[in-house]
Design a protein around this ligand. Structure first.
Ligand code: CAA
Length: 379
């Protein structure tokens, strides 16, 4: 299917492709191996406007639409899924959350810096006992005059140890359950805030995933986002858009798997023929390409609905559910096409599989996406 993109959207895609090939590609494998955060690349992403793509220009952003964001993220994910998730969390979760729900003062103080890349953001909803069951928040924020006293632990926090500010969900009234959760902007380096554990991961190893601990952290009441008790709705609404980002990440990984497979199949000879001449290989490529095209349609559909200010939560869940499965399947097939070479680090496809798997887990597992879709069907 040929999508009609505007000149601006195509220019953004080409800029992202060039950036990914010139800046990310040369170091992606080594950073994955060494679990190194891409400091220089993230700085450059800020300069290019990629850290606040959908933030309005008034607040330092690029003022672009979701389609442009998807096109840029796709190019970055094709080369480096770790850089992609760093960008995705800052854009989809932190910037979008603050721009949509934050006060004018919060936007001036935080959003402007987050959108330009001067600050990095993290989104802290998950806890040891609140993953899929996100409303079961144990972190508490107790009112104390003009402050809230924050206590608790968040885990699996992307960008957690590198972030300057963390958007934290915490219970301000446990007796009210989901309706007693509020959202706060928490600055790093405040007393009582610490990184409790850095995770050693299967994939996206160049991104930063940590547990955060809050012990009697004094958060100014002015840093609460939105009304008290609206934190869960804010988080889930923000995740609706986040899921378009992760679906895009999955799409990029799937495309990279297909491109690597086509290249290898043309070069590799067996029985005196390039393996691309064998139907067993051709059918795999055809299936991968067809599923990728379907995933792209779902992602662009969700992005386009969001841009047109129409409901998109169900479509975003569908895009993430489908694209993440296609990413895992495509990476597995890419390894099969590469044979033994696919199983070793010399070729990138083993990284694609390791990176793909998380797209079926974070920002809502595939099972949670099905819950969201089914609820919409049955309501
Ligand atoms: N937008 C706005 N509000 C929403 C909403 C949405 N998409 N979904 C639900 N809500 C509201 C509900 O209406 C309800 O409010 P009311 O009682 O006033 O109606 C409230 O939020 C609680 O919702 P539910 O009653 O539906 O809650 P639930 O416990 O039954 O489950 C869930 C909801 C869909 C399972 C949800 O918990 C969920 O999506 N879980 C997955 C969490 C997740 O995606 N975590 C990702 C962590 S962040 C991350 O991964 C980032 C990263 O590192 C990359």
């Amino acid at each position: 299917m040929n999508y009609i993109f505007t000149e601006t959207q195509l220019m953004i895609r080409d800029t992202a492709r060039q950036f990914a090939e010139e800046v990310l590609a040369p170091t992606a494998d080594e950073r994955d191996e060494k679990e190194e955060f891409p400091f220089e690349a993230v700085k450059k992403m800020g300069e290019l406007g990629f850290m606040g793509m959908m933030v309005s220009e008034q607040f330092g952003g690029a003022g672009l639409d979701t389609i442009s964001y998807v096109l840029a993220m796709e190019e970055i994910a094709k080369v480096d899924a770790s850089a992609c998730v760093i960008m995705s969390v800052n854009n989809s979760l932190v910037c979008w959350g603050i721009e949509t729900f934050g006060s004018g003062e919060q936007k001036e103080k935080y959003l402007k810096n987050l959108a330009t890349g001067a600050m990095l953001g993290a989104f802290a909803l998950s806890e040891p006992e609140a993953g899929s069951d996100a409303t079961n928040q144990r972190t508490t924020a107790r009112r104390d005059g003009d402050y809230f006293i924050l206590n608790g632990t968040k885990n699996f926090i992307t960008n957690g140890s590198q972030a300057d500010v963390v958007l934290v969900m915490a219970s301000t009234d446990r007796s009210k359950g989901a309706k007693g959760v509020s959202a706060f902007i928490v600055e790093k380096n405040i007393p009582g805030f610490s990184v409790a554990k850095k995770e050693k991961k299967l994939g996206i190893r160049s991104s930063d995933t940590v547990s955060l601990s809050f012990q009697d952290c004094r958060i100014p009441a002015a840093n609460m986002i939105g009304e008290e008790g609206t934190g869960i709705k804010l988080a889930l609404k923000t995740l609706d858009g986040g899921r378009i980002g992760i679906a895009t990440q999955a799409l990029g990984i799937a495309e990279a798997s297909l491109e690597a497979s086509i290249k290898y199949a043309k070069e590799r000879k067996a029985f005196n023929h390039p393996i691309a001449e064998f139907q067993g290989i051709q059918f795999k490529l055809a299936d991968m390409a067809t599923k990728i095209e379907a995933a792209r349609s779902l992602v662009l559909n969700a992005a386009s609905l969001k841009d047109r200010k129409q409901p998109y939560a169900t479509e975003a869940a569908m895009a993430k559910l489908f694209a993440s499965r296609v990413a895992v399947e495509s990476a597995l097939e890419a390894i099969q096409i590469h044979g033994g070479y696919g199983y070793v680090r010399e070729y990138k496809v083993e990284r694609f599989l390791r990176d793909a798997k998380i797209t079926e887990i974070y920002e809502g597992t595939s099972e949670i996406q099905k819950v969201v879709i089914a609820r919409a069907l049955l309501k």
